[in-house]
Design a protein around this ligand. Sequence first.
Ligand code: CTP
Length: 399
Amino acid sequence: MLNKKVVLYVTGSIAAYKSVYLLRELQRNGAEVRVVMTSFAEKFVSSLTFASLSKHFVYDDNSFTDDAEQIKHIELAKWADLSIVAPASADFIAKLANGIADNFALTTLLATDSRKIIVPAMNDVMFHNFATQNNLEVLKKNQITVLDTATGMLAEGYSAKGRMLEPLDIINQVKRSLIKTGELNNFKILVTAGGTQEDIDPVRVISNRSSGKMGYAIAEAAAQAGAEVTLISANCNLQASSGIKVVPVRTSSELMNTVLSELPSYDALIMAAAVSDFRVHEVAKQKIKKDPNQDYFELILEKTPDILKQVALAKQEHQLIVGFAAETQNFEKNAQKKLKAKGLNMIVLNDVSNPKIGFSSDDNQVTIIDDKQKVIKTEIASKIEIAQKIIEIVEQKLR
Ligand code: CTP
């Protein structure tokens, strides 16, 4: 959560429309938000949109008043816990880096000692220009957090680096930069997510309903705690925030090979992926045609290797291995069995039969059991909160 008083500064860029969504996401995360717009920003998006959503008037260059009792830029500067400039144009960045305060937004930013986060958005050539890069360096050297730009389609109609990050990515990075301590600084965490696919023929697969949300949330929570994170992602339609290295895989054997080759340089493996237990014994080389006389069709399946069992053989003494148990009955008993059989340090038990907390849901409830038989049951909470709890325990064990 971001239970903070946030001032969102919107400057002149086509990306200003995305700040409407950013405002919404900040509120969804518990922030109270006031918006300041530059006169250029007001050409792109109406201040009424921000006023309606923030339920507060928008500050702009008309907010300077003659009233000596009410110096609005100083009041707002003091009110803020956090200042986010998104989008930050090249011109605004240049002025901010040089203490120029020729509008309400710059004056307020100059007067606030709140934490500052800059989210640039501009044309790729302007972004790479030496002046912009020098100005961003000046901001960074002065404890201002500067987020990167994304590569993608620019308003100019071609793809290049300079786009503003997406609102959810901004929120994740803001949270990460606000973490009090990097409890997992200097630790490397390997996470798997999603569900593997096994080929039947060139067009058909056997798979499962895992969305990957839990694994992605764990990767995010580990990164927020300061860890270097690699996420091995099996068939997920999700976006990891920048800073997390994503290695895509498809089949259980690709997943196993990637896990085993990455494992030696990591401190912990968190195996949230749902792995196919069986694959087709002989994959058809051509698409299997329907036989009009056949109502039933048999496939011969063979077991896939248990990746965690292979990990148990390869693991080094200091490495922490966390498995998941997806169960629909005999929950704790089954989880305890898996903990032992797979040589795990910890297992996270999931009731996948409950639609409120199962596959694809944004929420979860888990029971965490460790190899000392300590049992922790969480409340129903968002997958990111559950992930933070899991990471907190991982962190205690790694220390
Ligand atoms: N797992 C694995 N390799 C497999 C199957 C599962 O490493 N071939 C891992 C999963 O990533 C998870 C844990 O083992 O961390 C438990 O997975 P789960 O599907 O709950 O159990 P299974 O071992 O497949 O047993 P069962 O299907 O009988 O419940």
